[in-house]
Design a protein around this ligand. Structure first.
Ligand code: AMP
Length: 288
């Protein structure tokens, strides 16, 4: 398949061969390359990562791939928003290439390999989405190996994912620098997410309070409240807002995501939350 240069202003590679050809040409001209992996439905959070990529490298690839293997059967894979034309428009002047393979190109018949990590994948998201990180690690390994960028950029919005990817790249000696970009938020502090479009106006209002409870819980622990007391209190407040289920509200070591034995942070810590409101599951995190 040739590089698609007619659909949008930015060229689109749909196969690994086309992607490699474009990257090889850039390399021959001495350019450095950054990759920003996404599932599309781009918002200002994604664009901030693309802008960071542009500052750090000469050429920027944005991949758009709704990866089926990171969704469990009961999750929103088929409902996940797909807005390629609008995404391409948002990337104009910011990215040099879109990589948008289809599932058969990424996972052809006979595909048999999974990249799975222990430790950092196990708590938090790992408890509630037990197959998620194997899907993420496998697809990110493939995207990095296909693009061979100097830098790959991920959002702190998915903090545990960022830690998983750092671990994988270290463990497998993948020669790429992993950079994290800060969380972009709406005016009321709600972390931007492609899933926010699922929220009803009433749910959207409650969702905007989640970051405030997160911050207040972190502040309380920073002032000396035991973690278990502060998170129990914060959890109650989240449910009182109208959230239907709290998957977790926890304070953990920011890098390893291990829990604190003494009920107080003894290393750089992070507060992380996942909660469901209606049919939407929201996650957020911040430093303690
Ligand atoms: P997704 O398309 O949701 O898989 O996200 C693609 C990348 O964008 C991931 O590295 C996310 O962590 C990042 N991202 C998503 N939302 C935000 C946000 N609000 N601020 C910064 N980065 C984000």
């Amino acid at each position: 398949m040739p590089l698609d240069t007619t659909s949008y202003e930015i060229p689109v590679a749909r196969s690994a061969a086309d992607l490699r050809e474009a990257v090889t040409a850039w390399r021959e001209d001495g350019h450095t390359v950054a990759l920003v992996p996404t599932m599309g439905a781009l918002h200002a959070g994604h664009i901030s990562l693309v802008e960071l990529a542009k500052q750090k490298a000469d050429r920027v690839i944005v991949s758009i791939f709704v990866n089926p293997t990171q969704f469990a059967p009961n999750e929103d894979f088929s409902a996940y928003p797909r807005t390629e034309a609008a995404d391409a428009e948002k990337l104009e002047g910011k990215a040099n290439l879109i990589f948008a393979p289809d599932a058969a190109d990424m996972y052809p018949d006979g595909f048999s390999t999974t990249v799975s990590l222990t430790g950092v994948t196990e708590p938090l998201e790992g408890t509630f989405r037990p197959t998620h990180f194997a899907g993420v690690a496998t697809v990110v390994a493939k995207l990095i190996l296909r693009a061979m960028p100097d830098i790959a950029i991920f959002g702190e919005k998915d903090w545990q994912q960022l830690m998983v990817i750092r671990r994988m790249v270290t463990d497998l000696d993948i020669p790429v620098e992993i950079l994290g970009g800060p969380i972009m938020r709406e005016a009321d502090g709600l972390a931007m997410s492609s899933r926010n479009v699922y929220l009803s106006p009433e749910e959207r209002k409650a969702a905007g309070q989640l970051n405030i409870i997160l911050r207040e819980t972190a502040e309380s622990v920073a002032k000396g409240t035991p973690i278990s007391k502060a998170t129990a209190e914060g959890g109650k407040r989240i449910l009182a807002l109208g959230f239907d289920k709290l998957d977790y509200l926890e304070i953990r070591d920011a890098a390893s995501l291990s829990a604190y034995a003494d009920d107080k942070p003894t290393s750089p810590a992070r507060i992380l939350v996942a909660a469901k409101i209606g049919k939407t599951r929201l996650i957020d995190n911040m430093p303690v």
